[in-house]
Design a protein around this ligand. Structure first.
Ligand SMILES: [Zn+2]
Length: 97
């Protein structure tokens, strides 16, 4: 099962690349890679859902999940977990599987 490669950036300086999705052929626990905000380093990271839950981090939904065909390239005006403004942008760079 595939995942997305996503670049995020905000005018507050938070930026990076994450790759949420599902590794392997099934949805068994631990194989799902999610994106979560890590306040310690003020960045969104890719990690397993289990890891994010254990660390009590806020999990974000893959913003491109509803568009598996890849028509949407950029999603603007998302709420930034660092500065709390709706100035966070996600750009889909590609997919992985
Ligand atoms: Zn921000």
């Amino acid at each position: 099962m595939p995942g997305d490669i996503i670049r995020y950036s905000c005018c507050c300086g938070m930026r990076g690349v994450v790759a949420p999705g599902v590794m392997g052929l099934s949805w068994d626990a631990g194989s799902e890679e999610v994106i979560a905000y890590n306040p310690k380093i003020e960045a969104i990271e890719t990690m397993s859902r289990e890891n994010a839950k254990n660390r009590n981090l806020r999990i974000y939904r893959n913003p491109f999940l509803n568009d598996p065909m890849g028509f949407t390239k950029v999603i603007k005006n998302c709420l930034c977990p660092k500065c709390n403004n709706a100035t966070l942008e996600f750009e889909r760079l590609g997919v992985w599987d």
